[in-house]
Write a protein that binds this ligand. Structure first.
Ligand SMILES: NC(=O)c1ccc[n+]([C@@H]2O[C@H](COP(=O)([O-])OP(=O)(O)OC[C@H]3O[C@@H](n4cnc5c(N)ncnc54)[C@H](OP(=O)(O)O)[C@@H]3O)[C@@H](O)[C@H]2O)c1
Length: 387
């Protein structure tokens, strides 16, 4: 059997490294053809050499000379900038891992989708900002979208081979993050270090803060709506602190199907890597006797207003999810820089949505332009808050 040619966009991040970890354990199944990063030249060049990639792309163009130097004496092509990212996505790979964080991943993901690739989609912000454009492009090109987020991957598995007409609702589980049982007062003053210390999952900084505010679950609600074509009023969120059940589908006959597994992103990533088959992984198995019990609670939208904001943005449609995402990315970045309080993240997003008066984006170029405008507005409003 020939090896599956793969590209990893965002190879130096948490999801990217987990993907390469699985590939390293199964070299007879996969051939790495392209890897990308934003600025981590050292890790990118190390992995490009290790996996014998054909192309290594650094998004930050000023770092191209350094990348070239690191790859001297190899046949690996070094490239930089947005057109090179698109080339990595749409080039010789058959399977593309979309693991760039934030809306910055949108254009490369779309390049892969338009080229008809099998796209393992971790970059949820791309779907949040351009969900309908992306699913329409996939239908046109014949691309396959495989969800990597553990919740959506679980739902994807629970829908396989089932009667889609008989889906009653989707249930997304949420760990509740590190502040699940904290009061609003205590949460208002948490530090970035506390916010990135997730109780169950090891992830990049941005998604860890999103988990702490529960904006992550709000983004996932929007993501689920676009991926599975289910209206928001039939997508529920349930807090499940053990993170053992990754999500569920309820059918009209009263059956509920769930997917369970350890809290290790290598499990859903492996599902997409081997899809439609399965592959062996060395992850620690789930020990049901050690887990012993599973708890469920309703989410608290008073203490976690991001959930409400995401639902409102999806209901408003059009430009609102782009503005929600952009304001959130800027606010999280500012919080991680220690310049605003944790509670200011949701306040910033709410203000951005309240001030929004943008037309519905009709193309990816419209989304990119709107994203830039919304970032600028959020940055300005935060500058006033900080000063
Ligand atoms: N981590 C998880 O467990 C997890 C689970 C579910 C979904 N996701 C989603 O997967 C995506 C990646 O998350 P992560 O936790 O792996 O993030 P991460 O650890 O922060 O890694 C982000 C990756 O994107 C690259 N990158 C950042 N900004 C970029 C830009 N402007 N242009 C091009 N590349 C850029 C980074 O390169 P440098 O290293 O050079 O900065 C890095 O390779 C996010 O959308 C997240 O929501 C993650």
């Amino acid at each position: 059997m020939s090896r599956r040619k793969i590209a990893v966009l965002g190879a130096t991040g948490s999801v990217g490294q987990s993907t390469l970890d699985l590939v390293a354990a199964a070299p007879e199944q996969f051939e790495v053809v392209a890897l990308t990063a934003a600025s981590n030249v050292e890790q990118l060049s190390k992995d490009a050499r290790r996996f014998g990639a054909n192309l290594a792309v650094i998004a930050n163009e000023t770092l191209l000379p350094e990348l070239r130097e690191q790859l001297q004496g190899t046949n690996i092509q070094a490239a930089a900038g947005s057109s090179a990212l698109a080339e990595a996505a749409a080039g010789e790979a058959e399977w593309v891992m979309a693991a760039i964080v934030g809306c910055a991943g949108l254009e490369p993901v779309m390049a892969a989708v338009e080229a008809g690739k099998t796209v393992a989609l971790a970059n949820k912000e791309a779907l949040v900002t351009a969900g309908h454009l992306m699913t329409e492009a996939a239908t046109r090109s014949g691309a396959t979208l495989l969800p990597v987020d553990s919740e959506h991957n679980a739902i994807f598995q629970c829908l396989a081979g089932q009667d889609r007409e008989m889906v009653a609702r989707l249930i997304l589980t949420a760990s509740g993050g590190p502040f699940r049982d904290w009061s609003a007062l205590a949460m208002a003053r948490v530090t970035p270090a506390q916010a990135v210390a997730h109780p169950n999952w090891s992830m990049g900084a941005k998604i860890s803060v999103d988990s702490a505010t529960m904006m992550n679950k709000g983004l996932e609600l929007i993501e689920a709506h676009y991926l599975f074509g289910v209206p928001a009023d039939r997508i529920d969120i349930v807090v499940h602190p053990q993170s053992v059940i990754h999500s569920l589908v309820e059918y009209e006959d009263g059956s509920m199907l769930a997917q369970l597994g350890p809290s290790d992103m290598r499990v859903p990533i492996a599902h997409t890597l081997a899809w439609p088959r399965r592959m062996h992984t060395a992850v620690e198995r789930l020990d049901l006797l050690a887990v012993a019990r599973l708890d469920f609670e309703a989410p608290d939208e008073q203490r976690f207003p991001a959930l409400r904001l995401a639902r409102e943005a999806l209901a408003a449609g059009g430009a609102a999810t782009v503005v929600l995402n952009a304001a959130n990315e800027i606010a999280v970045e500012t919080f991680l820089g220690g310049r605003i309080h944790f509670a200011d993240i949701a306040v910033t997003v709410e203000a951005a949505l309240a001030n929004m008066s943008d037309p519905i984006p009709q193309s990816i170029a419209d989304v990119v332009e709107l994203d830039a405008r919304a970032r600028h507005a959020a940055t300005q409003s935060l500058a006033e808050t900080v000063s």
